[in-house]
Design a protein around this ligand. Structure first.
Ligand code: ATP
Length: 235
């Protein structure tokens, strides 16, 4: 049996579909904990509170895609936890459940764009009491933007010395900023390319590509809904 990791990193997302950006993020975040042993748990969202889900592939298919691309990566695994609940997929509930299940120190990994919107999430500002936060740069948001957000959210946050910038919150938990390189890949762009019958090679693992091709009709119908939405001309 595999040894228990000291650190468990949780990466949530729609994974519609999973791509190399998600995988490199998971791999590099895990490596940043060396020499501690760390594992990454990819948690696909079943019923998103924030995103329209009519163009989401079925939960079971997104899990299958994720399982295919992590099959050869023993430190990455997939949790179907959010599919087992009938309620909206709140990160709060997911972290409460994972905290009960795991002995490891819990870290929640997210891009700076999502981090800046944390106050709009269900119990968003209390989430670091359940898991430490690992924030990585995404889009136009800089480290300074994250720093401003930290002090706006938690005015009593205390800056700590260390390899990466991190802050201790008086309510419990800490926030670390991990300046990992960001690959310019998004699921939105991959869905567009698929609908335009362009090649997805090197944007998604081959195992994902094979399943997308095998399920092409279903995938085209579901992803096509997003396109028809965006093509509606508003007065
Ligand atoms: P979409 O384009 O449909 O909004 P996405 O590509 O942003 O999707 P998500 O499933 O929403 O993918 O992302 C899950 C997590 O992975 C988020 O924390 C997101 O910030 C991160 N992520 C997404 N794309 C990348 C990337 N290219 N590099 C690193 N991390 C990424």
């Amino acid at each position: 049996m595999a040894a228990r990791p000291e650190v468990l990193i949780v990466l949530g997302g729609s994974f519609n579909p999973p791509h190399i950006g998600h995988l490199r993020l998971a791999i590099e975040a895990r490596e940043s904990f060396a020499p501690k042993s760390a594992k990454v748990l990819l948690v696909p969202c079943a019923r998103p509170p924030h995103k329209a889900s009519e163009s989401f592939l079925p939960f079971a298919l997104r899990c299958r895609l994720l399982e295919a691309c992590t099959a050869n990566l023993p430190d990455l695994s997939v949790s179907r936890l959010e599919g087992e609940r009938t309620a909206l997929s709140y990160t709060w509930d997911t972290l409460v459940a994972l905290k009960q299940q795991s002995q490891a120190e819990l870290f929640f990994l997210l891009g700076s764009d999502d981090f800046l919107a944390l106050s709009t999430w269900f119990k968003g500002l209390a989430l670091p009491t359940l898991a430490h936060f690992l924030v990585v740069p995404r889009g136009p948001f800089s480290e300074e933007d994250c720093l401003r957000a930290i002090f706006a959210f938690w005015p009593k946050a205390q800056s700590l010395p260390g390899r990466a910038p991190h802050w201790l919150l008086p309510e419990g938990g800490k926030i670390s900023y991990l300046p990992l390189p960001w690959l310019e890949v998004s699921a939105t762009d991959i869905r567009r390319r698929f609908l335009e019958q362009k090649a997805l090679d090197y944007l998604v693992p081959d195992s994902v590509l094979e399943i997308l091709q095998e399920q092409a009709e279903q995938v085209r119908t579901i992803w096509g809904r997003e396109r028809s939405q965006s093509e509606i001309v508003r007065p």
